[in-house]
Design a protein around this ligand. Structure first.
Ligand code: HAM
Length: 431
């Protein structure tokens, strides 16, 4: 067949089909049970927001804002952006709905699609799904530890292999600023050995240098100052308390002061969970504190912490327990050629008779799960299909009578069509 006229999904996007769709349903059910069990409520924010939200919230110098946003003008000339991440939208909603008046912390979770114009490869897409959890209104280190433990528990339940937790503290904005200046001084002094990309961003985003794979840059970073040495006494204490709670929960971590998150709103705790089961895109989930973000978006001073994890990466690195297929109580089949010497009903020979449809709707109205033959198969083909569906009963409509087959026990009864639903209900009750 020629490809002319076929339209394909855009690069970096994909269709969610069959098994992958049921694996996602399993993940969603586990996330709901773990997060709602811990007091999180589901939130859904719009797929697009005012561009200003991300420029201000995520940070004008970040890769996301500089080169990865899908930004467009609507018909009235407003600049809108498909959400590249969920934290700024959740904080916007917190402010917009006056959630600071609710009991704190307000804990919210989401499972939504996000959009970034990135180089597409395995585990990195342009439309992807994130599961995220945000806790707003408490700076207690127990909230940091709880948030991290919930993500670790979810990954464990999803069978994500070889997970490592990297942990750091970025301190307050003031400490970060002092550190930034020192780091910039260091980078300028080593400018000759840096990659072009890192060199061109010394002033804009010096922390990025820790992420570089470029050998000269890596060498220069070995002697770079570390943020951990710049933390205030309060931030050092907060970080120690977070660690003590993770220790109490027996959750292992590695402290890594070179941990760079690609978003500007972080303060104090930051973390990332990686899996060796993934290739280059090893980050399964990450997050941290963002104590200034709500205020930056026009709300009252409000601390916050949260994380997001990529659904595709969780499923790539994990082995989700298979979801049980939906049970089929009754499959309605029919004898295709029961026209014999009688006139055919008001239908072509390969269309199901109205009586089959009537039985299907009667069964569903009685609370049974039911399906019927819709593709004009032979009777043998219909029974094979019912078997593949795992149907418990099959009703075969004939001209005068209906045969009800118990697919589990093999028993077979002949009865009037209007007695079928009752017989199935009785049969299921005696299981
Ligand atoms: P992030 O690290 O940018 O953080 O993304 C979190 C996770 O989303 C990553 O660890 C990865 O699993 C997944 N992810 C990111 N980009 C892609 C992509 N292009 N394709 C597939 N998966 C991807 C955030 O978004 C923050 N909002 C997390 C947060 C919540 N911080 C505080 N609260």
């Amino acid at each position: 067949m020629s490809d002319a006229g076929k339209i394909q999904a855009p690069r970096g996007t994909f269709d969610v089909l069959g098994e992958s769709s049921s694996a996602r349903a399993t993940l969603e059910a586990k996330a709901r049970s773990i997060l709602e069990g811990a007091g999180y409520e589901r939130i859904e924010t719009p797929a697009f927001e005012a561009t200003e939200l991300f420029a201000r919230g995520v940070g004008a110098s970040t890769d996301i804002v500089q080169k990865e946003m899908y930004t467009f003008e609507d018909a009235s000339g407003r600049s809108l952006t498909l959400r590249p991440e969920g934290t700024a939208p959740v904080c916007r909603a917190y402010v917009e709905h006056g959630m600071h008046k609710l009991r704190q912390p307000v804990r919210l979770w989401y499972l939504s699609s996000f959009f970034r114009y990135e180089r597409a490869q395995a585990g990195r897409y342009r439309q992807f799904w994130q599961l995220g959890a945000e806790a707003l209104g408490s700076e207690d280190p127990a909230v940091d530890a709880e948030s991290i433990c919930l993500l670790a528990a979810l990954l464990e339940e999803m069978g994500v292999a070889s997970v490592r937790l990297r942990l750091s503290s970025l301190g307050s904005p003031a400490a970060r600023q002092a550190y930034r200046e020192q780091l910039q001084r260091h980078l300028h002094a080593h400018a000759d050995s840096l990659s072009e990309d890192v060199r061109s961003r010394i002033d804009l985003n010096p922390l990025r240098a820790f992420d570089s794979e470029h050998p000269g840059t890596r060498r220069a970073m070995e002697t770079a100052p570390l943020l951990g040495d710049f933390l205030s006494a309060e931030d050092t204490e907060h970080f120690a308390e977070v660690r003590a709670r993770l220790d109490a929960a027996h959750l292992a971590y590695q402290i890594d002061h070179t941990l760079v998150r690609g978003l500007d709103y972080y303060t104090r705790t930051v973390f990332e969970l990686t899996s060796d089961a993934l290739g280059a895109q090893s980050g399964v989930g990450g997050g941290g504190r963002y104590d200034g973000l709500v205020q930056q978006l026009g709300g009252p001073p409000t601390p916050g912490i949260g994380w997001a994890a990529g659904i595709e990466r969780i499923l790539l690195a994990g082995s989700p327990p298979p979801a049980a297929p939906a049970p089929v109580d009754l499959f309605v089949a029919y004898e295709p050629s029961h026209d014999g010497d009688r006139p055919l009903e008001d239908r072509p020979a390969h269309h199901a008779p109205a009586g089959a449809f009537a039985l299907l709707t009667e069964a569903r109205a009685a609370g049974l799960t039911a399906q019927m033959e819709l593709a004009g198969r032979s009777l043998k083909g219909q029974l094979g299909f019912a078997n593949a569906l795992g149907a418990r009963y099959v009703a075969i409509l004939g001209t005068d009578e209906t045969v009800l087959k118990d697919m589990l026990g093999g028993a077979q009864d002949t009865l009037a069509a209007d007695a079928v639903v009752h017989a199935v209900l009785r049969g299921l009750r005696t299981l």
